[in-house]
Write a protein that binds this ligand. Structure first.
Ligand code: HEC
Length: 150
């Protein structure tokens, strides 16, 4: 009996994508992923404020861009736990994320790629080029939010 259970678990893990991960309390899983999104949002905003001249920290722009790029790959692992209908934390994540995981993942990967490119361009300090790439990144954020965020 024990053995059967073990095999089912192994097969389940394989079907789920091969990598086992620890299940957190749903509220903690929700809060954690929100901190990652907040990191993305805060640092992209910081880049934009500098581009608009609302503040003047040109040397910080590359750091903010790198922070977006560093946090970007944290999104997918943090989203893996399906919290639909679970926990009591406020969440804007739609249940269809986990029904359309491959599409959701590809949107996250698009965002990662754009963020990596932003980090690279930001090293050069060309504000116009940085601005253009910020638009690209923001487009990838929006395309996921339109579909999967309430
Ligand atoms: C692959 C999908 C996806 C991508 C790409 C994405 N987001 Fe989100 N974002 C979400 C989802 C889903 C939520 C809702 C999370 C929740 O409430 O549990 C969210 C929530 C947020 C929040 C609110 C967090 C909070 O405090 O509740 C911010 C801010 C945010 N995203 C910013 C960004 C920025 C900036 C980018 C682009 C750099 C981005 N997101 C890219 C799916 C995405």
């Amino acid at each position: 009996m024990l053995r059967t259970t073990a095999i089912v678990c192994v097969v389940g893990a394989c079907l789920a994508g091969g990598v086992a991960f620890a299940q957190a309390e749903p509220d903690n899983a929700i809060k954690y992923r929100q901190t990652i999104y907040q990191t993305l949002g805060a640092n992209l905003t910081a880049v934009v404020m500098n581009l608009k001249g609302e503040v003047d920290f040109p040397d910080a722009v590359a750091v903010h861009a790198q922070t977006v790029a560093a946090a970007a790959p944290l999104v997918l692992p943090a989203m893996e736990q399906n919290t639909a209908g679970e926990g009591s934390a406020d969440t804007e994540a739609l249940a269809k994320i986990w029904d359309n995981w491959d599409d959701f993942a590809s949107k996250a990967e698009d965002m990662e790629a754009a963020a990596m490119q932003l980090a690279e361009i930001a090293q050069g300090g060309d504000m116009q080029a940085i601005g253009a790439q910020v638009q690209e990144v923001a487009g990838t954020c929006k395309s996921c939010h339109d579909e999967y965020r309430d």
